[in-house]
Design a protein. Structure first.
Length: 187
């Protein structure tokens, strides 16, 4: 059975470093586990996202994007840091989710910012948000600053090593499980 890994980038701008990080993470994960990957950002939800008070208020395009995100086998969720937290529209999208929508789903958390000072946004903002939805966040979060990119793409060796470590944590969800050995006790 082919698994799906979906990236969700919490920005409206294209191109963006956050989207580039998510695209890299999804591509590496899909390749590592022979999965199908796709990336969405807030622009993919269109203008109806800003005025929606519930899922039914979203356009058909936005509802379809939301369905794909919620039905994924695993997620990579990232936001640019804005005033020490995730962006408001990113949070608004999560406000539309059913509280049980992500229960048990493996999620790699990531963020991008101008400097190293915001690296704890993953632990202090993103992890509690996904914890509310009972998602199973991977132990390793990935934060990237301006200096981790070249020509808009993540390239820093330390960043790529950390990203690889985080992706490896998807293994229990994507790799086939060995059949347990059955021991028969003779009487």
């Amino acid at each position: 059975m082919t698994r799906t890994i979906i990236g969700l980038s919490g920005n409206l701008d294209r191109p963006s470093k956050t989207r580039a990080l998510v695209q890299t993470a999804v591509a590496l994960t899909a390749s590592r586990f022979d999965a199908i990957g796709a990336v969405y950002d807030l622009a993919d939800f269109g203008p109806s996202l800003g005025t929606a008070r519930r899922v039914e208020d979203l356009s058909d395009m936005a509802r379809n994007a939301l369905r794909v995100v919620l039905q994924a086998d695993a997620l990579i969720v990232a936001s640019p840091v804005y005033k020490g937290s995730y962006t408001g529209m990113f949070k608004h999208l999560f406000d539309l989710f059913d509280p049980a929508a992500l229960a048990g789903k493996p999620v790699l958390l990531a963020a991008t910012g101008g400097g190293e000072r915001h690296a704890l946004v993953i632990e202090h903002q993103l992890r509690p948000l996904l914890g509310f939805f009972e998602a199973r966040t991977l132990a390793t979060g990935v934060y990237a600053s301006e200096r981790d990119f070249a020509e808009g793409q993540p390239v820093a060796p330390a960043l790529m090593q950390r990203l690889g470590r985080a992706i490896d944590q998807f293994a229990p969800d994507f790799e086939p499980r060995a059949q347990p050995e059955v021991f028969v006790l003779s009487a």
